[in-house]
Design a protein around this ligand. Sequence first.
Ligand code: UD1
Ligand code: CA
Length: 471
Amino acid sequence: MKLAAVVLAAGLGTRMNSSVPKVLNDLNGTLMLQHVLNTLYKLKPKRIVVVAGMHIEEIKKSIQDGSNIFFAHQKEARGTGDALVKAVPSLRGFQGTVLVVNGDTPLITPETLKKFLLLHTKRRDTLSLISFISREPDSYGRVIRDERENVLSIIENRDATVSQKSIKEVNSGVYAIESQGMGLLKAMKLNESKGEYYLTDLVHIAKNKGVKIDAFCMGSKDEFIGINTHQELEKARQLMKDRIIRRWIDRGVSFVDTTSVFISSDVKMGKGTIVYPNVHLEGKTKVGRGCTIYPNVRIQNSTVGDGAIIKDSTLIEGSVVKNRASVGPFAHIRPGSEIGTGARIGNFVEVKKSVIGSGTKASHLTYIGNAKIGKDVNIGAGTITCNYDGYKKHITVIKDKVFIGSDSQLIAPVKIGKGAYIGAGSTIIKDVPANTLALSRVEQRHIKGWALKRKSKVQSSKFKVTKKERR
Ligand code: UD1
Ligand code: CA
């Protein structure tokens, strides 16, 4: 089947009461329109036309992987029917089925659309649509059928009679139209009550012309909800959240408390991973197999390898944590970092734009910035790479098997050769050759009896003060 898709996204979204274009609201880490596009990509249409209105530039900018996407501009929001008319020039030369979806129904799945398209083709319909059973039918168009269940028309709530309002079968806003049926759009008339062209009018237009139409009722699934208000947006977020968590549970991830975790729709997770409460996995984060993510962890656009452990209250941004590494508690891994296989980053350690080799440990209170650290290095507590001179950032290179004693400062640019030792409390300003001990602290002196002398001095000065006070 040859397929093209049209997304209607030019509405004003008045009921959202917000300056953000409705279809650009975030839904679990992905914009509403992008969810719809991601679903459509799975159907591999020849082209996708997005009909956008006054926010067209913002909408164009927001789209990821825009290949095959055309934009049609509906300058004035004159209804869903007019929006589809605006897409027609971008469909010129296309012969096949045109799938039309609303930009505000982001929960619809590719499986449902595939099923629908199959029914549409099998029944050789010129026009068909998905209907569903809604508990709150008032925000949808009702499906009107005759006594033989043939669909006659769609009536919007505002135009429905009392008896029509009792109908629970509603229009999802998903249509399949054969390209030769697109001419029906010409017969649409302005709906006087709203001053708009209703795409739904196509149904009775087709019926009157004897064109073959069907409405396929797909049950009462939540996936068809349209988002017109903030309430509905919140509901959709909850549904999407549950769907994402269920997907990962089915694939072998366990959650200690599903209610308190947040997992973005683009996140990937491996089998056997366990996620504790209040964990946020955001953006395009990938967590491998058999990992443990302890409470209050946020991981953004990062990759965590198999068997890694991320301990409590840790933030990881734009970085890679390799297999079996351990990070946290209370660690901050900033963008551009790589934590090597089996490496350990402990309490109150901040790593920025640095590579930490495999088996290397920085267990406590350390800042590592713009550093390249080799394998099996031991970074003592309180070590600081002084990477910034007030103007520029400089690199610290630490080769394999180096031992950095606690409370050392490495003034970059500086290189520490393989196997070298840095004595605790050193300030290193020069490169240290391999296998060398570098010490740069002041030698320790002992002044015998100093403390006793000081004590007697302090006491006599106190005595003088009391005398003064008496005078
Ligand atoms: C529409 C349908 C209704 C259906 C429901 C499903 C019509 C007249 N009604 O109602 O039968 O049950 O969807 O969710 O079609 N849009 C434009 N240009 C416009 C107006 C709207 O592109 O001038 C876009 C919107 O951005 C939105 C979509 O079309 O993504 C649907 O518009 P909306 O106003 O939300 O229609 P509903 O009232 O929900
Ligand atoms: Ca809607």
